[in-house]
Write a protein that binds this ligand. Sequence first.
Ligand code: MG
Length: 319
Amino acid sequence: MTSRLEPGEFELIARYFHGMVRRDDVELGVGDDGALLTPPADTRLVQVVDTLVADGHFPADAAAHAVGHRALAVNLSDLAAMAAEPAWALLALTVPARDEAWLAEFAHGFQELAARYGVALVGGDTTRGPLTVTLQLSGFAEEPLRRSGAWPGDRVWVSGDLGAAAGGLRAWQAGWRDGDAHELIRRFLYPEPRCDLGAALAGVASAAIDISDGLVADAGHVAERSGAGLSLVSAQLPRAGALMRRLGDEDALELALRGGDDYELLFTAPPTHDADVEAAASRAGVAVTAIGDVTAGSGVRVDDQPAQGGYDHFGDGRP
Ligand SMILES: [Mg+2]
């Protein structure tokens, strides 16, 4: 069923978010003009926001469940990179028409992930227009990580593996549907934010960023903000088995270096923290791999050659 969607209809939309997370620090959530929230004392508020546009950041024909998951996951990933504990979300939803089934599925995808990380939806807005999801997320950090702390001599680490999401997008666009392609598409549609790892790295890592634009591009951001160079070794890059089998070594390496949307954490830490890094990873239940070193100088080098990032999935010129 479709009908006209009026601004201010968010209260109606919020009803689809069954079993919303309740938090003691939310005095007023959805339903008033604004949310009333009380952050814990002696902590800092970390705020992130991300806009997803259909066919710019996800395929317009992706399942609404996956879109709901993704909207929250990409924001959680930014909080993870800051070692912040997620708390409150504000959602601005632009939809072409009021489609009950789509909204219910979207809310379900969002809600499943929100429940895992204790995120309360505390307000939002709806308008009619091309499908666009903007989510603002707040979290708390006692020892926030930044991009700017990498120091020559530090090791460069990455969580999980790289390239699978970009491989999944390629599989989706090519219409591949075998077992490996299915696994890659799942990795693309359902990114897993590394919140537990980010939190465990507080006080251990010297710098961190989440990999949204591709390894080389995001390593470049750390290099720039830290005033250092990052030297990576391609043979060390963790790559998923499904990616290697489906695309072969050469393409898998290219996607691991420049494919986006992995939402793994890239972080640096002095070698004296190796054992603490391994302990943090094991507490978080996430594999981590050392992939290079921080050097004096600037920019990113791969196998001792200067490297540029930049991978434009949808050809829309997104940054
Ligand atoms: Mg980020």
